[in-house]
Design a protein around this ligand. Sequence first.
Ligand code: 2P0
Length: 332
Amino acid sequence: PQRGGCVKATATAHANIALIKYWGKANEDLIIPITSSLSLTLDDLFTTTTVDFSSLEPTAADQATLDGATVSGRPLERICGLLDLVRERAGIDQPAKVTSENMVPTAAGLASSASGFAALTGAAAVAAGLELSDRELSRLARRGSGSASRSIFGGLAIWHAGDSDETSFADPVVDHGFAQEISLVVLVLNSGPKAVSSRDGMRRTVDTSPLYESWVAEHAGHLREALAAVADRDLPRLGEAAEANALGMHAAMRAANPPINYMNDASCAALQAVKDARAAGFPAWATMDAGPNVKVLTSTKRAAELEAWLQSRLKDSVPGMDTVVAHAGPGL
Ligand code: 2P0
């Protein structure tokens, strides 16, 4: 493409939460994961990003803002890394001006690199004049942040681990509308910065945790169960697989040296409340990521009722807890 053809484009991508997790890389440079993962893309949690290859002097460095604040340091380097891949592919060399806005409901504390890198990939590809398939976009987004590979797609998505750049990408899961029947009640327990980044936490878990291998060994069964559950529209079976997979991941993290513990007292109280909700007859299974928040998988029908029940249950032990109900959202 000729240089003059490079323009400006905007894309919106939604965050996703893994029901069956990605934790650990087989190849850190290409971001090839050790396990495949299954996620739900969410509706009102998204990032909108504009990439403009036409407004900076040719010799300038890339610039980025997030919610109006200038991005620098490691986060800027990661953005530049993704832009370099896009430029290389398009045969251009203009610097880019990147403007990004995170749309997160009331302090959800879930601002995710998944929606950010998926939106950046979508906008940069179009601005650079590339016409990429969803699969190519997923592979490219993966290079920015692994979980971003899944945010190219709406609803349920599976990221096939693969063993190379060509074979590691996400696909939509054929679910005949089942994604609309499930929701997540997000218990926002702390929106402060995380103690250990996912990237470092994964590396330390893979390198030092004696429980990592057994989690990986169990993982294949969790994923198989979860996919069978989706095919059968069987929420309890999906919930059990998801909860076992997440708790096993956190156990492996805690066994790392030094230990990684994303759970605080509020997380433990929330996990117990989820068990209690189940005993009270709710469909409710917990999952957690690289932070203290607890996300509760439930049916869309009962999500609001469960949210109120959990709020009441936790009002004394976790004062000031925020909650958000997230439904299935669209792809890029
Ligand atoms: C997941 N997480 O499957 C897992 C579960 C957090 C816990 O993907 O290093 O930001 O950029 O590939 O994608 C968070 O890690 O990590 C994540 P990188 P990413 O959703």
